[in-house]
Design a protein around this ligand. Structure first.
Ligand SMILES: [Fe+2]
Ligand SMILES: [Fe+2]
Length: 325
């Protein structure tokens, strides 16, 4: 298990006050920390947890949309959705690679996901019921992901920050493709508009929950902020998302399903209601509508891919043998 390996590594690199102070100074001066640099064991552990949860989210996140590739309403829509879902697989791979620079193997991380012991974003445990959900997911879920991820391009850990630059460019394409689907439906027939509204109703609150619990209840926030892994708090990011998204809903002629939502002239921000945190906790505990289905599908896909891993290993062994001969 990597936790044991980390403890050992931590013990070897028992922080000498001066070494630790130099690390904190570098971070405070906005210097990037690289894979071979000394870092506190807790910094390494926090990053492994965050990057691997992020990677798992990208991989599990392919499922709600992958579910609609064969049912996309036109060849153009199919090609776009296919490209989007493939991007998410790519994001998962960059992120597993970034986590590996911290001394954990991709196999360990994948094992944790398949064993059900790793977390991933709770949003992907909701079902995608109609084509309008492809619009709402791109617009809201990728939109919320961008809010979270743009600041990560400036994360103090170099390999993570660099991976995020490319990921964010692709996420912005995802958000726009989702919004374009919503525009088309909103300008369509009554039935299409109703479908778009229904998707907004179902995805709005889970999207707000993507920013995590309130700052007061968020366990990892303070140190992550000091270490510049996190640049804004959960509540700050949630507010930014609401401020950007509410006018977009108005443009679409759709209603945000929140009776408490109103613009506050004095602050220039929208005030909004409370997400159902009991639902959030239940989904995190594995009781969401699709938790079991998502993991079962992932395990099946992993088993189905066994022959690819075996073939790659056999090929690598052959190459090694040739190199020796
Ligand atoms: Fe992604
Ligand atoms: Fe995305």
């Amino acid at each position: 298990m990597y936790s044991q390996a980390l403890d050992e590594r931590g013990a070897h690199a028992q922080p000498d006050e001066a070494v630790n102070a130099a690390f904190e100074e570098r971070v405070a001066a906005e210097e990037k920390i690289e894979a071979n640099d000394w870092m506190p064991a807790a910094y390494r552990k926090t990053l492994i947890r965050q990057i691997s949860q992020h990677a798992h989210s990208e991989i599990i996140g392919m499922q709600p949309e992958g579910n609609w590739i064969t049912r996309a309403p036109s060849l153009r829509r199919k090609a776009i959705l296919l490209a989007k879902v493939q991007d998410e697989a790519g994001h998962g791979l960059y992120l597993y690679a970034a986590a590996e620079t911290l001394g954990v193997s991709r196999e360990e991380l994948v094992d944790q996901l398949l064993a059900g012991t790793a977390k991933y974003s709770s949003i992907f445990n909701y079902p995608s019921l109609t084509w309008a959900d492809m619009g709402a997911i791109g617009w809201l879920v990728d939109g919320a992901a961008i809010m979270n991820q743009i600041p990560l391009c400036r994360c103090s850990y170099g390999p993570y920050a660099r991976a995020m630059v490319r990921i964010c460019k692709e996420e912005s394409f995802h958000q726009r493709q989702g919004f374009e689907i919503m525009v088309t439906l909103a300008r369509g027939t009554d039935a299409q508009r109703a479908m778009a509204q229904d998707a907004l109703n179902r995805w709005w609150w889970p999207s707000l929950m993507m920013f995590g619990p309130h700052d007061a209840e968020s366990t990892h926030s303070d140190t992550s902020m000091r270490w510049k892994i996190k640049r804004f708090t959960n509540d700050e990011l949630r507010q930014k998302f609401v401020d950007v998204t509410v006018p977009q809903a108005a443009f679409l002629g759709l209603t945000v399903p929140d009776p408490d939502l109103r613009y506050d002239d004095s602050t220039g921000h929208y005030l909004f209601g409370e997400p159902d945190w009991d639902e959030f906790k239940a989904v995190l505990r594995g009781e969401g509508p699709c938790n079991a289905q998502r993991l079962a599908h992932r395990r099946r896909a992993h088993d189905d891919g066994a022959w690819v891993r075996e073939a790659a290993e056999a090929h690598a062994a052959k190459q090694r043998k040739r190199a020796v001969a």
